[in-house]
Design a protein around this ligand. Structure first.
Ligand code: SF4
Length: 234
């Protein structure tokens, strides 16, 4: 059961596959994923190997005109909706194709697709964070916004360290606060700010103070109801 694709529930994260690199609204992203899924289901047969590159070529041509946030970041057309629901996922993942190397049909290739771990997935408490994110997300877009955002988790963890609270209070004693904060965050943070893909991040350059400053600025601007926290951390 991973942070990216939880076994239970109806939400998942597709952030690292590039769909959020496209300048699209939430509605347009949903439509695009449906269109990909439909075309994939109608044209790809895992037993006919050339159907996979043909699908990729067709989608790349269709999606070429969509402007990107970062021109150098690829958006992989194999990200779609799986299992007839609204969970985003890799349509050529080995668990679906039965071929351990099937993601070699993609631009990134199997080793990157299977090997990449975002910072939140690497987090030793990723299972706990996953359950918090699931509780808050009514769809995969919300879940992706939370699951891929290592700054927000780091920030909250640093805040609790600063307050000398045990880390497990994030998920237990102060869970309601964490849920409230992330709820506010989702309300004010747009999909346009979402991470774009397999990103190399340099969190090491951020200090606890600078992250907490960001949190405080965010609260001041967007969440008057959480102003008490701002006083606590500054
Ligand atoms: S092939 Fe790789 S980049 Fe494309 S959807 Fe699958 S995991 Fe994501």
């Amino acid at each position: 059961m991973s942070l990216c694709y939880p076994d239970n529930g109806s939400v998942s994260c597709g952030s690292c596959c590039g769909v959020f690199n496209l300048n699209l609204t939430r509605k347009e992203i949903t439509l695009l994923l449906f269109q990909r899924t439909e075309e994939f289901q109608n044209t790809v047969d895992f037993k006919i190997s050339h159907s996979l590159p043909a699908y990729r070529q067709s989608r790349e041509a269709k999606e070429k005109q969509i402007s990107k946030k970062d021109e150098s970041t690829y958006n992989c057309p194999f990200l779609g909706y799986l299992d007839g629901g609204y969970k985003m996922g890799c349509m050529i993942h080995p668990s679906r194709t039965g071929n351990p190397l099937s993601q070699n049909y993609s631009f990134y290739g199997s080793s990157i697709c299977l090997g990449y771990q975002c910072r939140n997935r690497e987090n030793p408490d990723s299972a706990q964070w996953k359950s918090v994110f699931q509780e808050l997300s009514s769809n995969s877009l919300d879940y992706s916004q939370l699951a891929a955002n290592h700054e927000i988790t780091t920030c909250l963890e640093l805040l609790f360290t600063k307050l000398k609270y045990p880390k497990d209070w994030l998920f237990g004693k102060h869970r309601e606060f964490v849920l409230g904060f992330l709820h506010e965050y989702l309300r004010f943070r747009g999909i346009a700010d979402q991470r774009t893909s397999f990103e190399i991040v340099s969190l090491e350059t951020e200090t606890a103070e600078s992250l907490i400053k960001k949190l405080s600025k965010f609260l001041k601007k967007n969440s008057p109801s959480l102003n008490w926290l701002e006083n606590l951390i500054t």
